[in-house]
Design a protein around this ligand. Structure first.
Ligand code: GAL
Ligand code: CA
Length: 374
């Protein structure tokens, strides 16, 4: 109930008690339902521009206007970051949130529109990591601060503008942690070397080429395995663009070509790992003793279900909740002209980036990931 309404209701009650012998009871105050957070699993195309629930008009004027983009709403992991941003901005900012539909030109137009609507800060999940310079140019011209998140701009772009920041992770860390899960599981299961040649024959589902996370995960996962003294042979490496359907299609083709000669499936993210698992299940894997190890990154809830079922060896927690929170904290601060870290515990590195840590997840510590995605 709004303050105004409450005053009116109170006044009516007082008058009622003063002037009537038996005033009717005031109707039970109807609690305003909290704005529903978008269901993360929902992949349906949302309107290009979904302004956050309008606050009461009187309060709205005081809230800073923040313009945000997500590179595409139809990305499993990003739907959780998006939810964290929407929740974090509730009641604190007037949020304009755009689905850039995997189109950098569209995102650039969305930025123009948001600037013309008078936003005080931008929070941008780039479509192309190389798209930062064009957006920085627009922000500079309008004198607006920008917080990039999830897709890291180059160090050069970051240095080109003092009012831009980045919220993400240290990409290499996820590769190293995934590599460690592969090493530990391979050493614990000698039977996984099906042809007994002492070499791990693997296939790798890569994320978007040129994406810092995809490049680093691919490099460091394999490097960690090799550094642990395990010989490897790459049977296949292709991009599944972070996508489940593409992951399944690639795995279908690879299974048809190599079958059980594949001894490990390394996926740059869980969505593609889930696609590979679906492909394997269709070929009768994970029943009886037909098995092939699969590993992912993100530790999204659907992947945790697979870890519990024994179809996914492990994953690496990509902390969507905290990446969303840091994005909100920084964007709110800079929109109000404050220091980006004001009132927070985050720290910035030499390229003005907040790095949220990853965590390797297997059955042993799965509750940590479950809690994080609650
Ligand atoms: C990565 C994540 C992927 C995908 C990508 C989008 O950090 O692991 O699943 O969401 O970001 O940029
Ligand atoms: Ca082998």
């Amino acid at each position: 109930m709004s303050k105004k309404l409450w005053i009116i209701v109170s006044a009516v009650l007082v008058f009622g008690m003063l002037f009537a012998a038996c005033a009717p009871a005031a109707p039970a105050a109807e609690e305003a339902a909290p704005a529903e957070a978008a269901a993360p699993a929902e992949q349906a195309a949302a309107p290009t521009e979904a302004p956050a629930e309008a606050a009461a008009p009187a309060e709205e004027a005081a809230l800073p206007k923040i313009g945000a983009t997500i590179y595409k709403f139809d990305d499993n992991f990003m739907s959780f970051v998006r939810r964290a941003i929407e929740t974090g901005m509730e009641g604190k900012a007037e949020l304009i949130l755009n689905d850039s539909q995997n189109d950098q030109a569209k995102q650039n137009e969305q930025v123009d529109t948001m600037i013309s609507k008078g936003v005080q800060a931008l929070a941008i999940n780039l479509v192309n990591p190389q798209g930062a310079s064009a957006i920085i140019a627009k922000a500079k011209e309008a004198g607006l601060p920008v917080v990039f998140f999830n897709k890291e701009p180059s160090a050069e772009d970051m240095a080109s503008y003092d009012k831009c920041w980045y919220v993400g992770t240290r990409s290499a860390e996820s590769g190293e942690m995934q590599g460690q899960i592969i090493v530990d599981s391979w050493k614990a299961n000698p039977a996984w070397d099906k042809n007994g040649d002492g070499v791990m024959q693997y296939v790798l589902l890569k994320g978007e080429p040129g994406h810092p996370d995809a490049e680093a995960r691919t490099k460091y996962a394999v490097e960690t395995v090799v550094n642990a003294g395990i010989q490897v042979e790459e049977l296949e490496l292709q991009t599944g663009m972070w996508d489940s359907v593409k992951g399944k299609e690639l795995m279908d083709a690879w299974l048809a070509k190599h079958g059980d000669a594949i001894e490990y499936v390394i996926a740059n993210n869980d969505a593609m790992a889930l696609g590979a698992i679906a492909s394997l299940q269709a070929e009768g894997y994970f029943t009886g003793d037909k098995f092939m190890p699969v590993v992912g990154v993100d530790a999204i809830p659907d992947a945790l279900v697979q870890i519990k079922a024994g179809t996914l060896v492990g994953s690496v927690l990509n902390d969507a909740a905290n990446q969303g929170k840091a994005t909100v904290d920084l964007a709110l601060n800079v929109a109000m002209g404050k220091d980006p870290l004001d009132g927070t515990n985050w720290t910035l590195d030499e390229v003005k980036a907040v790095r949220v840590p990853y965590l390797g997840i297997t059955l042993d510590n799965i509750t940590v990931a479950e809690e994080s995605y609650k």
